[in-house]
Design a protein around this ligand. Structure first.
Ligand code: MN
Length: 254
């Protein structure tokens, strides 16, 4: 294996991708950006569906792949496989990675916001395999913990008991992008995905996702249920995702 140490913590990320083919960003490490640390959860239909939970730390996004997605139920422990750190620029990526490329499939920005460690020393908490933190997202809020299990890469993501805990299945109740309000199928269609990728995207949406509801075919025009508190339209328009190719999005923000 070539020596990639000069590329630092993003070496693995850069090694796995062909940036002349994939629309994903080529990222460099950035200086730590103040007290507000970014977090993002990207729903990713690759070989299998999973949710990539990423926490900003030391200029990169530490990443865990959670096959079933985060659960706000403290009784539910979700497997979280640690994956390679990603560049901060990745937080704005929503779209389609071409078939045959690493991670080929559909990526949705399922949630995002900021996070705070509940411990004084994040590096030490990571080394010990027990990181307690608070999320300030649109969907995920309150106190959580990532606990390492038997192997170096295998962790569990667990919600702590607090006011944000619930037994809701957020992956079903809140299935839309917090940036574009699209379904997975909507993202695939907007990016001109192949028929096979479109089918995979549709299968990754909950059965009752707005895209297939009888009230309309256009996910962008179907309001989320009031009780779920999806991002308001004005919030979306003021913070467009840079990498979403969409005539509709352009029209709305024009
Ligand atoms: Mn992934």
């Amino acid at each position: 294996m070539p020596d990639l140490s000069e590329f630092g913590t993003l070496a693995e990320y850069n090694r796995k991708r062909r940036f002349e083919v994939t629309p994903e960003p080529r990222g460099g490490r950035r200086r730590g950006g103040g007290p507000r640390r970014a977090f993002v959860v990207q729903k990713h239909r690759a070989t299998a569906l999973h949710y990539d939970v990423r926490l900003e730390h030391n200029g990169v996004m530490l990443s865990w792949a959670v096959p079933k997605g985060p659960s706000p139920d403290p009784a539910v422990k979700r497997l979280a496989m640690m994956t390679e750190p990603h560049p901060l620029e990745y937080n704005d990526f929503e779209g389609v990675i071409p078939e045959g490329e690493y991670g080929g499939g559909i990526v949705m920005i399922w949630d995002r916001g900021t996070w705070e460690p509940e411990v004084p020393d994040v590096d030490r908490a990571l080394a010990r395999g027990d990181l307690k933190f608070t999320l300030h997202g649109r969907k995920l809020k309150g106190s959580w913990v990532l606990v390492r299990t038997r192997s170096e890469r295998q962790w569990l993501l667990i919600k702590h008991r607090d006011a944000a805990a619930s037994t809701d299945d957020l992956t079903v109740a809140r299935p839309l992008s917090v940036v574009s309000r699209r379904t997975m199928a909507g993202i695939a269609r907007a990016a001109g995905a192949s028929a096979r990728q479109l089918a995979l995207a549709q299968a990754a949406d909950p059965p009752r996702a707005p895209a297939t509801a009888s009230i309309g075919r256009d996910p962008a025009r179907v309001p989320a249920p009031a009780s779920t508190g999806e991002a308001s339209r004005s919030t979306i328009e003021s913070r467009p995702a840079r990498r979403i190719a969409s005539t509709r999005a352009k029209k709305r923000s024009a």
